[in-house]
Design a protein around this ligand. Structure first.
Ligand SMILES: *[C@@H]1O[C@H](CO)[C@@H](O)[C@H](O)[C@H]1NC(C)=O
Ligand SMILES: *[C@@H]1O[C@H](CO)[C@@H](O)[C@H](O)[C@H]1NC(C)=O
Ligand SMILES: *[C@@H]1O[C@H](CO)[C@@H](O)[C@H](O)[C@H]1NC(C)=O
Ligand SMILES: *[C@@H]1O[C@H](CO)[C@@H](O)[C@H](O)[C@H]1NC(C)=O
Ligand SMILES: *[C@@H]1O[C@H](CO)[C@@H](O)[C@H](O)[C@H]1NC(C)=O
Length: 449
């Protein structure tokens, strides 16, 4: 993803050679206990989600030299055997900007297992031309990558688009590789373009996969993901949509279309309506992959472009979400997200029915029975979502040092937000203007770092 101005980035990368030392974390008050964070410095999009050689791999956009993302982006790398206990690989940087075609930044991309070769397909920001082009790098051990001598593998942008062309996401179907890339039409509308390849090295442009005739779904689509799930195809991407009441309240959010894709005609027929993946304050640049158990698993960057991320003054910035498993609602109309089963492995001490109280109103989560809305208030900044007609509300809530993720009613609604309170608040249950019947269970989750 890339949302700051190019000029700002160029300014920083020329200077960055002289300031390439990693910065230090100076205060650990907001460091997450069980979410993926950078060792120091800046993290943004999850990249290259994959399972390879017995390990889950998560790469992430990384700038160890600053907490404001001012240096050129690299791919940081963590692995896990169980999806919840992560460790930094040594070296932690998998792909550094060191070639003319990517020295401006090794930007977002994906990774696939190509017959025993973990292949990263990523956006390179070209040093001299400023172009965003697709490159690949391969690894047989899953740690050390070699950039392909024939890079860039997509050396020109689609002639019917603009120079906004990034975030390749690759998958295989019937022995053929396919790739979606975020792009902008010449009329500056967001769109996703489709390519195909037999070997990941030579790509054929097939045209737009989805293209909106106006700015209804934003002017640039970043980080597109396209996949088959429960009999349907889903396309989600990062974009900016004009706020509409409770909807699209964040600057930068992930939305999705559900439809059917025909591999013969390459036509994706989708419903006109699109929805947010998450309704919290901070959720962007999501990426999914299919794991060996055939689950569709997603991580996102817990970010929106209006939030003040207080940890930046402490020498680091940003966190990914917990891993979520995706599925469609039984009527096929919505994407649901639930926490992956493995998260229960982190459970430590159990509290049962402890009386809990949230002091102050810095962070309040409640269901408003009058309006039927689930509400998450962060220092009076409200996100809320209509839960429809429900008799019962099931909530699974993940609190870490500086984030909250709420999964409501089997994943029909999720809300992900950062929050800052040092020390972190005690939890309180409350009912106002009436009585609520509550069953409550809480666990302390282990610190994985
Ligand atoms: C980080 O801390 C180490 C050890 O205290 C120190 O040597 C190094 O200079 C520090 N780096 C920066 C950028 O301040
Ligand atoms: C990047 O561009 C600058 C200015 O044109 C040049 O001095 C530098 O050598 C280039 N770096 C690489 C790695 O190509
Ligand atoms: C879209 O692709 C076209 C053709 O590659 C390119 O000229 C254009 O810059 C791209 N636009 C974006 C927003 O990536
Ligand atoms: C996953 O799906 C593939 C293709 O549909 C199938 O061959 C395989 O048996 C499935 N694996 C599991 C663990 O269900
Ligand atoms: C989830 O949403 C679907 C579609 O809106 C609805 O039919 C279903 O009842 C909801 N499930 C729960 C548990 O709220």
């Amino acid at each position: 993803m890339f949302r700051r101005s190019l000029i700002l980035l160029i300014g920083f990368w020329i200077g960055s050679k002289f300031f390439s030392e990693a910065i230090n974390v100076t205060n650990s008050r907001y460091r997450q206990n069980y979410h993926i964070i950078a060792p120091t410095g800046w993290l943004n999009d999850p990249n290259g989600l994959s399972y390879f050689n017995g390990n889950y791999h998560v790469f992430f956009q990384y700038d160890p030299t600053s907490s404001n993302g001012g240096g050129p982006k690299q791919w940081g790398h963590v692995t896990s055997t169980d999806l919840v206990n992560w460790k930094y690989t040594q070296p932690t940087i998998a792909l550094a900007p060191d070639q003319s075609y990517d020295v401006g930044g090794v930007w977002t991309g994906s990774a696939v297992n190509n017959n025993g070769e973990l292949t990263a397909i990523y956006t390179g920001l070209h040093n001299n031309t400023g172009e965003q082009l697709v490159n690949i790098a391969t690894s047989t051990d899953g740690v050390t990558f070699t950039k392909y001598s024939g890079n860039p593998v997509v050396p020109t942008q689609p002639i019917d688009g603009t120079n906004q062309f990034r975030d390749p996401k690759v998958w295989k179907y019937n022995g053929v590789w396919y790739m979606v890339v975020g792009n902008q039409s010449k009329k500056n509308h967001g769109r996703t373009v489709l390519y195909q390849s037999d070997d990941l090295r030579q790509w054929t442009y097939l045209g737009p996969l989805a293209d909106e005739p106006d700015n209804r779904v934003g002017s640039m689509w970043e980080c597109p993901n396209f996949f088959y799930i429960n009999g349907k195809h889903v396309l989600f991407m990062g974009t900016d949509v004009e706020r509409d009441g409770d909807h699209f309240a964040n600057q930068g959010l992930n939305v999705y279309f559900i439809g059917d894709f025909n591999y013969e005609t390459k036509v994706f027929s989708h419903a006109v309506d699109f929805y947010e993946l998450d309704n919290g304050h901070d959720f962007y640049a999501a990426q999914m992959f299919q794991d060996p158990k055939n689950r569709t698993i997603l991580f996102a960057w817990m970010n929106s472009f209006g939030t003040n991320f207080e940890e930046m003054q402490d020498g680091w910035a940003h966190t990914l979400t917990v891993p979520r498993q995706l599925r469609l609602s039984s009527d096929g109309s919505r994407v649901q997200m639930i926490p992956v089963d493995e998260l229960t492995l982190l459970r430590g001490t159990e509290y049962i029915n402890s009386p809990i109280e949230i002091e102050g109103h810095d962070l309040r989560l409640y269901y408003d029975k009058q309006t039927g809305k689930l509400v998450l208030e962060r220092t009076k900044d409200v996100r809320q979502v209509d839960m429809g007609s429900i008799m019962q509300l099931n909530l699974r809530i993940f609190l870490d040092q500086s984030s909250i993720e709420v999964f409501a009613n089997d994943g029909n609604v999720t809300m992900s937000s950062r929050y800052y309170k040092d020390p972190i608040p005690t939890i309180t249950l409350f009912a106002e203007y009436g009585v609520a019947n509550v069953e409550f269970q809480a666990f302390r989750l282990n610190n994985i770092w």
